[in-house]
Design a protein around this ligand. Structure first.
Ligand code: AMP
Length: 279
């Protein structure tokens, strides 16, 4: 089976409208390309949920800060298309910036209580950029469901909330984080890591695991967070944006017994790694 590729809103809409008319369900997997086994797992999850799978690749300028890696974010379209075809995706949607934003977008979509915490504190405007592009993609593709990775846990909570608040008729599904054998979460940005940094990187996952043990043993969140930060620095991370235990839905400080999530963001040189797990 061949996978088609389209670049315009009208082509993608036409295709999904036709599929709906034929009685098929449609799932969307939004990505920024440079695809790996984590993205492939999202396609597999989508195939469990729907008949036809659309994968979008769009490196969204609005979600990068002025000093972030937008201009050199890895772009590997041919390899991405091959991976998606082998995963069983049906349509690749690759809009350019002109198609996505025209002159510019004046609308802002923000969930301040979720977006200004954790990564949002360190990447101002990032989640507004994510919320806008995902809302636009949902309107453009009109899928029945859309699949996101737990790897970007805060993003997943924000999108879930936007869809709920705006009554967008789509089911938001999530897939667990796919990891290397040593625990490092797969990420398109891992290629930036030098050998010595790659060696240290799995300590992020190991530190979260240990924080989880401490949380389950009943230690205080604040003490665990401090331990996590100190440990990451001692293991060789250059700096730590946050090491946090939060309520799994609201991302606020959890009370004892509430569902919790353990999240961290830390730098190795100029590469910023994030990871999270259930508390
Ligand atoms: P990105 O292309 O990195 O913006 O990610 C596109 C989607 O893939 C998002 O929903 C991510 O959460 C998800 N994703 C990225 N890395 C992983 C991973 N290691 N495991 C599972 N999902 C992932």
């Amino acid at each position: 089976m061949t996978m088609r590729s389209v670049r315009t809103i009208s082509e993608v809409r036409h295709t999904t409208a036709l599929w709906h008319k034929e009685g098929h369900t449609v799932a969307l997997v939004p990505t920024m390309g440079a695809l790996h086994a984590g993205h492939k797992a999202l396609v597999e999850q989508a195939l469990n949920a729907a008949d036809k799978i659309v994968v979008s690749i769009f490196v969204n300028p609005l979600q990068f800060g002025p000093h972030e890696d937008f201009s050199h974010y890895p772009r590997t379209l041919d390899a991405d298309a091959a991976l998606l075809a082998s995963a069983g995706a049906h349509l690749l949607y690759v809009p350019d910036s002109e198609e996505m934003y025209g002159n510019a977008a004046a609308t802002v979509i923000s969930v301040p209580s979720l977006s200004h915490e954790l990564c949002g504190k360190f990447r101002p405007g990032h989640f507004e950029g994510v919320a806008l592009v995902v809302t636009k993609l949902l309107q453009q593709v009109q899928p029945d469901s859309a699949v996101f990775g737990e790897k970007d846990y805060q993003q997943l909570q924000i999108i879930t909330r936007v869809v709920e608040d705006l009554n967008i008729p789509v089911a938001i599904l999530s897939a667990p984080t796919v990891r290397e054998e040593d625990g490092l979460a797969l990420s398109s940005r891992n290629i930036y890591l030098a050998d010595a940094q790659r060696h240290i990187a799995p300590e992020l996952y190991k530190t979260l695991l240990e924080m989880r043990k401490q949380w389950r043993a009943g230690l205080l969140a604040q003490e665990i967070e401090e331990w996590g930060r100190t440990t990451l620095l001692a293991k060789g991370f250059s700096s730590v944006d946050y090491c946090a235990i939060r309520h799994a839905k609201t991302l606020m400080v959890p009370h004892v017994g509430e569902p919790a999530r353990i999240l961290a963001a830390a730098f190795l040189g100029s590469t910023r790694l994030i990871d999270n797990m259930e508390g």
